[in-house]
Design a protein around this ligand. Structure first.
Ligand SMILES: Cc1ncc(COP(=O)(O)O)c(C=O)c1O
Length: 478
């Protein structure tokens, strides 16, 4: 593959930082078609030497453009231009240097704005490969991995929770899981030793996978409608008799985005302690806050209630790993540990070692900080496209990697999602998250995985579809 010759001239007297100058000129070259896919870019060290700047300047510029979707990094395989001729046309009329490649009808949507999908850059990180090499270099293990997780990973997770979440956790309180779905299955299996069909209360709207997994594992799932700040204790007290467990997303209600105030969390704990209800706190994306600092986890608040914290690496790294953790205490903690020990662990030992190396090396913290910046940037793009539309109402943007977009009444969300799919854009109607309540008319849009260009193009297609449905006078949302 050709290595691009880059037309970059730096102005050292300019107040613009050198990395921003490199990024701007490279972006310009890509937009004008001077440099295009599948060109490889020179290694950062070489370009830095040619430009007479430090390597960090070039690395920062490459990182910026990778986040924006102009470049793709493949670790040792180098960095190459990701923008094809047909994508460039959406941004600016290109000066073509090569004939356009024939367009193929996508068999899968080109632009996937499904929520729950993080940026795919974690596995391109050199530290990720280093961690796996270190794990594979360990002396061969011939035993099963320990049922509750390797000592090293449990300690690494406890350390990660202390720095990322301000939680004081002993390594012995951590159980390594194969993600939240596995954790819910484990919890129901454990609760079934106390009651054959434990009743678990969940939020409505809420996480459909959780409802499915809980039911399949043998729980009776009941729902409670959530308000703008999540579940309300006044609603909980109406559930009579009280359930065995309640599953909540207090930091960022899924999917509406509400954040349960501390007073309300304390009230939930008081109710749970009084009625001996197990509180399951799904802390799925608290690492990614864009506006306010995250509130302390409910599990860290003083209370005699039993709280299990469910964490996952699906958002911080990738759902492809199938890895997460539980923080458990008290009698239920002991029961969960016994149950896991009887069942054995589903989590691969090499993965546990690699992840422990990755966390201990500080690479997870670095990756999370980079990803947070990329998400904040894409969130700004989304606001840029949608916030000035009086016919749309945005929500859930305080943190995480998705937004809720409420639509005008004349635009049916399911119909819009179906039409967007025919244009190669996948979005999920808000209705998919509702169990019983009449759903609100809206979409849930994930901005974690798409590049800036894909996101902008996807949103533009959605706006076009909305505008062709609603005459300008009919854009109210009621
Ligand atoms: C609300 C919620 N909880 C938890 C998770 C993580 O689930 P898992 O660890 O099974 O991938 C997700 C992922 O999308 C989620 O949306």
């Amino acid at each position: 593959m050709a290595v691009a010759e880059l037309p970059i001239a730096l102005d050292r007297n300019s107040p613009t930082p050198l990395a921003a100058q490199v990024a701007a000129q490279l972006r310009q070259a890509i937009l004008e078609g001077t440099v295009g896919a599948p060109h490889h870019l020179p290694p950062s060290r070489r370009l830095a030497a040619e430009l007479g700047v430090s390597r960090g300047v070039v690395v920062r510029a490459y990182e910026q453009l990778t986040g924006e979707g102009y470049l793709e990094g493949h670790g040792a395989a180098g960095t190459h231009v990701a923008v094809r001729a047909d994508m460039r046309a959406d941004v600016r009329a290109p000066v073509r240097t090569t004939p356009p490649r024939p367009r193929e009808e996508p068999s899968r949507p080109v632009i996937d704005l499904t929520p729950g999908r993080p940026s795919n850059t974690a596995f391109a990180d050199r530290s990720w490969r280093t961690a796996w090499r270190a794990a594979l270099a360990e002396p061969g293990h011939v035993d099963l991995p320990p049922a509750l997780g390797t000592t090293r990973l449990r300690a690494a997770i406890a350390g990660h929770l202390a720095t990322a979440r301000g939680l004081a956790v002993d390594a012995e309180d951590v159980i390594v899981t194969a993600g939240t779905s596995d954790a819910l299955q484990l919890i129901v299996t454990a609760l079934r030793t106390r009651s054959p069909a434990p009743r678990v209360l969940v939020e409505d709207p809420g996480y459909p996978t959780a409802r499915r997994v809980l039911t399949t594992a043998g729980a009776r799932v009941e729902t409670l409608p959530v308000g703008p700040d999540g579940l309300r204790t006044t609603q909980l007290t109406t559930v009579d008799p009280a359930p065995d467990a309640v599953l909540i997303t207090p930091s960022h209600q899924y999917p509406l985005g509400g954040r349960m105030p501390v007073q309300e969390r304390l009230a939930v704990l008081e109710w749970a302690a009084e009625h001996r209800v197990l509180v399951l706190e799904d802390d799925y994306d608290s690492e990614f806050r864009h506006q306010r600092m995250p509130l302390p986890a409910t599990a860290s608040l003083p209370s005699p209630a039993e709280v299990v914290l469910l964490g996952s690496f699906s958002k911080t790294l990738s759902p492809w790993l199938r890895c997460g953790y539980l923080v458990v205490r008290g009698t239920t903690g002991d029961l969960l540990k016994e149950t896991r020990t009887s069942l054995d662990t589903p989590v691969c030992g090499v993965l546990q070692s690699a992840l422990a190396h990755y966390i201990d090396d500080g690479a997870l913290a670095r990756h999370t900080a980079r990803a947070r910046r990329a998400y904040a940037h894409r969130r700004a793009r989304l606001l840029d496209r949608l916030a000035n539309r009086p016919d749309l109402e945005l929500d859930a943007l305080e943190g995480g990697l998705h937004a809720v977009v409420r639509l005008p009444s004349l635009v049916d969300a399911e119909d819009l999602a179906a039409r967007a799919m025919t244009r190669g854009v996948r979005v999920v109607p808000l209705a998919s998250y509702y169990a019983h309540r009449p759903p609100e008319n809206g979409l849930v849009i994930g901005y974690g995985a798409p590049t800036d260009l894909q996101l902008t193009r996807g949103l533009d297609i959605l706006l076009q579809l909305i505008d062709t449905t609603v005459p300008p006078g009919g854009r109210d949302r009621t």
